[in-house]
Design a protein around this ligand. Structure first.
Ligand code: G6P
Length: 369
């Protein structure tokens, strides 16, 4: 059949390695780097109503909610429309303020999550336009929405979502660019730069995947951790949340994602020599600040695993372990930084002999409350 492991020991590893190919499929016919253009059929068909949206509400659960947080930053940066990101389960019971001037984006890999579906039904009653970003073609959520864009990354079997997350981020990048272009809120240079760089992402992702053996070795050191903190800022903050979720889901190690600067308001109390801290410290606007967070962790004898931009020497000198990422635009960094965190969670779980594809107590699609 079509759904096989293709020589990989687990679906999760196969799906992690598939990402460069999946993202090409996701961008096919939508990104044309030769003429610097993004085309999303939904943005053409629903142009008027999308342009009229005064606010965007993203509703989702789990990993899809993390993708939504990245979407907020992309859309606010490029389109200058305020975006709220809501857990579907909270939104649906809160009697939220939704109007016909809102655009509600429902994100879901399976397209079957009960809470997300209920959030859509609620938003519909207020006359908001509903846009789906889903993977499973023809599933309940796409059928309940007015329009949307599939992520087209193929069936995802591992319970812990991997390729669907990066696919969702790609769709959000394309949506924010297409919308910004129509609104006139993005300059040509930025638009062209992001489109060009987007088309280079699959190859840069392959470069990151080449570090798999190194990450597997490194994961052995962290198998016995009881707690792990993940830190990031800006676009990397949702990546930290997602890295922590991956570890929790499949290795059963307690992990927390935090915005790096919030560390001093609590999590730093946990840091000691037994405490691994994974820091996304790529070379962007927040670099110096994240660097000083790393120094604070080292001063308390924490063990730092840093994700850095290729060629970084400063952090390599102070971090215990370093994973290099190719340089890219800040808004696209989540697509690269997510990969080592997926691999780290995977290898730690394998070392601990856990059921990686079907972790205890979790389901692939949660069709009941
Ligand atoms: C479950 C899965 C997660 C997923 C979440 C939302 O908890 O185990 O991997 O992120 O549901 O699912 P959805 O299909 O709506 O993206």
């Amino acid at each position: 059949g079509q759904i096989e492991k293709c020589g990989y020991p687990h679906f999760m590893l196969k799906e992690i390695f598939e990402q460069p190919e999946c993202l090409k499929n996701c961008m096919r016919g939508r990104i044309n780097a030769d003429v610097d253009k993004v085309t999303l059929s939904a943005v053409i068909d629903y142009k008027e109503r999308l342009l009229a949206a005064k606010r965007i509400i993203i509703v989702a659960c789990g990993t899809s909610w993390h993708a939504g947080l990245i979407g907020k930053q992309l859309i606010e940066t490029f389109c200058r429309i305020p975006v709220d990101v809501e857990y579907a389960s909270e939104f649906r019971y809160r009697n939220p303020v939704v109007t016909k001037d809102d655009l509600v984006i429902a994100m879901s890999q399976s397209g079957e999550t009960a809470d997300t579906l209920a959030a859509i039904e609620l938003a519909k009653r207020s006359g908001a336009l509903i846009y789906g970003i889903c993977n499973a073609v023809g599933s309940s959520i796409p059928r309940a929405t007015d329009t949307g864009s599939y992520i087209h990354v193929g069936p995802e079997i591992g319970v812990a979502s991997t390729k669907a997350f990066t696919g969702q981020v790609i769709v959000l990048v394309m949506l924010s660019l297409a919308l910004a272009k129509e609104k006139g809120t993005i300059d040509d240079q930025t638009y062209n730069d992001v489109v060009k760089e987007l088309s280079l992402i699959p190859d840069k992702m392959k470069e990151v995947l080449e570090q798999n053996d190194k990450i597997a070795d490194l994961s052995r050191i962290f198998t016995y951790a009881h707690n792990v903190i993940y830190l990031g800022r800006g676009y990397s903050y949702p990546v930290a949340l997602e890295g922590a979720l991956k570890l929790k889901e499949i290795s059963y190690i307690h992990a927390e994602g935090y915005p790096a600067a919030e560390m001093k308001h609590g999590p730093i109390a946990l840091v000691d020599s037994d405490m691994p801290v994974v820091v996304i410290a790529t070379h962007n606007a927040m670099y110096e600040k994240v660097l000083s967070n790393i120094q604070e962790i080292k001063a308390r004898k924490g063990r730092v695993i840093a994700l850095v931009t290729k060629g970084d020497e400063t952090i390599s000198r102070i971090a215990d372990e370093v994973i290099e990422l190719p340089k890219t635009l800040e808004c696209l960094e989540p697509l690269l930084a997510t990969i080592p965190l997926q691999l780290l969670a995977y290898h730690i779980a394998v070392c601990k002999d856990k059921n990686v594809d079907q972790p205890r107590n979790l389901a692939k699609s949660v069709t009941v409350e």
